[in-house]
Design a protein around this ligand. Structure first.
Ligand SMILES: Cc1cc2nc3c(=O)[nH]c(=O)nc-3n(C[C@H](O)[C@H](O)[C@H](O)COP(=O)(O)O)c2cc1C
Ligand SMILES: [Fe+2]
Ligand SMILES: [Fe+2]
Length: 410
């Protein structure tokens, strides 16, 4: 029999004794004040009940306390919660702490030692917290929660919580994605082919600086041999049938192996830099490469970063603007640096009218990332003439050679 769509306006039972009590956000246009939320966002929280005790895992972002409390209270009065477990203290999981703590003064709060520090720093509630160590267990009466340290996924405080008997993993921000749960709580209710790019965009933005930790964490988990029947991330759908569908994708994306794809980010005020970009794009495609071309003025930064996972090379193009890099392009150079895109082949072309060549300013970013700067770094003046076009084609050929590892490019 086909499953009925789960209604996430209410608490949703996952298995006996385990409920989803999260919230859907269709209000905030951005996540982390940076990344677009065209389909909203979910902040997932869960209740686990044993024979004697009840635990609440994670809370919610500020502004959703009423909705959150109503969901919890469909399952149990808030005042009867015995444990509040914080896998991670970022405000999307913990913003409603002041309201919740006040309403359940008897609940014992558990977090990692680093989480305890953050609780003190953000809310002055450090004293209320018992710090748990990697591998510690909590008996709820016939049900055991185990706490496993997974620091840097993506904050230093992060841990996973694992329901041992039923093999349910609550992996916090790992294996999450953008989007409210409008299609239902469970991944098997979703059009997953449409969702994977949103999960990849989330990984490429939220966790991007810590991809190595994702790969290590998955290895550590697999080696630990604990198994997962149900995967309950803090954002995005719950995987009750095939947790490996998201885990294996995260593994592939986070490995970040270089493919045949080039990401081009080009900014322009009046179009000449795009004319240069078109020459480069055309030549790269003729050379058999896949090119994702983004206009720096209008591209959603998260989408660009999502495409930068498994990228083979990056191309930046920009005009001079007030003696500096055209600001909308410089923003992408900043992201390139902050998301640690180390060691990639990178090509550049620029534009100026009164001789302020911005190439050295761009190179400051590239050198910080130990990029392999591909020559020639083309400098144009207005619409590209035949000579500049030839240089741009040479640049594209050199970039192709660098990506394919063929011969000299200097
Ligand atoms: C607001 C503004 C500021 C500019 N500042 C400089 C500058 O400081 N130095 C310079 O050489 N050219 C400057 N330019 C000229 C552009 O870099 C030049 O016209 C370039 O060809 C524009 O490329 P585009 O057609 O891709 O916008 C400026 C242009 C504008 C519109
Ligand atoms: Fe987070
Ligand atoms: Fe989060």
């Amino acid at each position: 029999m086909k499953n009925h769509k789960s209604d996430t306006a209410k608490a949703v039972k996952i298995i006996d004794g385990v409920w989803w009590v999260g919230v859907n956000d269709h209000i905030n246009p951005l996540f982390e004040g940076m990344w677009a939320l065209p389909n909203g966002m979910s902040y997932n929280a869960y209740i686990v009940r044993g024979k004697e005790k009840t635990a609440l895992i994670e809370l919610s972002r500020n502004g959703f306390a009423e909705d959150f409390i109503a969901k919890v209270e469909e399952v149990i009065p808030l005042a009867d919660i015995d444990y509040i477990i914080h896998n991670h203290l970022e405000p999307d999981h913990s913003g409603i702490i002041p309201i919740i703590y006040e309403k359940c003064p008897q609940a014992q709060v558990l977090a990692t030692a680093k989480g305890k520090n953050f609780l003190e720093q953000f809310y002055g509630e450090g004293d209320r917290v018992t710090a748990v160590k990697d591998g510690d267990a909590l008996d709820l009466g016939g049900r055991t929660l185990r706490f496993l340290n997974y620091p840097w996924l993506h904050w230093p405080d992060t841990m996973f919580t694992y329901l041992v008997e039923e093999k349910v993993l609550f992996p916090c921000d790992a294996f999450g994605g953008f989007g409210a749960l409008d299609q239902g709580l469970f991944a098997d209710e979703w059009d997953l082919e449409a969702y994977w790019p949103e999960a990849k965009r989330y990984l490429g933005t939220i966790v991007a600086s810590y991809l190595g930790h994702v790969v290590k964490a998955i290895d550590k988990w697999i080696k630990g041999g604990m198994g997962i029947n149900i995967l309950c991330p803090s954002h995005g759908p719950v995987y009750r049938n095939n947790p490996m569908s998201i885990i294996s994708r995260y593994q592939e994306w986070a490995k970040n192996e270089r493919g045949d794809k080039v990401v081009m980010i080009v900014g322009s005020m009046w179009g000449s830099t795009h004319e240069m970009g078109a020459v480069v794009k055309h030549r790269l495609e003729n050379n058999g490469l896949e090119v994702k071309y983004f206009d720096a003025a209008t591209a959603e930064p998260g989408q660009v970063l999502g495409e930068m996972l498994n990228v083979g090379a990056v191309v930046f193009g920009a005009p001079t603007y007030d003696a500096n890099i055209y600001p909308r392009l410089e923003y992408f150079l900043m992201l390139f640096r902050s998301k640690k895109k180390n060691g990639l082949p990178v090509a550049t072309f620029t534009q100026n009218s009164w001789k302020v060549n911005i190439t050295p300013k761009i190179n400051v970013y590239l050198e910080a990332m130990k990029s392999r700067i591909i020559p020639p770094q083309v400098v144009g003046h207005g619409s590209p003439d035949a000579e500049v076009k030839k240089e741009l084609e040479l640049l594209a050929d050199n970039l192709t050679a660098a990506m394919k590892g063929a011969g000299s490019v200097s």
